[in-house]
Ligand binder design. Structure first.
Ligand code: GSH
Length: 121
């Protein structure tokens, strides 16, 4: 219980410091940003607010300036169930990628960041 509380507290501090130090988002022309915004509509990130691996991915999302919906899989039962049932396990971060009728669930922060970099960097 105490360990859990400490971990949660530390996670929140890391998340707060991360937001304060995340720097500038990538700048694009209006047309290019509109395309990125559109692409972002087909992505969503299942995450916990205070998970350090999620912090890493949120920094990447901010840096690349891609609007991706963040889905709280800790406190929101619907998102948690979606992740468990469709992704296959409750592990975060997990990026849901919708392409036409295909949905891919990508786990592992390094893989997610590499995917985002390759697509939007
Ligand atoms: N190697 C993974 C580690 C992710 C990870 O350990 N996430 C934790 C939260 S910080 C988690 O989802 N734990 C739940 C579980 O493993 O069941 C990554 O880099 O994404």
């Amino acid at each position: 219980m105490l360990v859990k509380l400490l971990r949660e507290g530390l996670g929140r501090i890391i998340a707060g410091i991360s937001v304060m130090t995340q720097g500038n988002a990538m700048k694009r022309t209006e047309e290019d940003q509109a395309l990125v915004n559109k692409a972002g509509e087909s992505l969503s990130l299942y995450q916990f607010q205070s998970c350090p691996f999620c912090v890493k991915v949120r920094r990447q999302i901010h840096k690349l300036n891609v609007p991706i919906e963040l889905r709280d899989a800790k406190n929101n039962a619907q998102f948690r169930n979606e992740l468990a049932e469709n992704g296959g396990r409750i592990k975060v971060p997990c990026l849901r990628i919708q392409e036409n009728n295909d949905v891919q669930w990508m786990y592992e922060s390094n893989d997610i960041n590499a995917y985002l970099q390759q697509r939007f960097g």
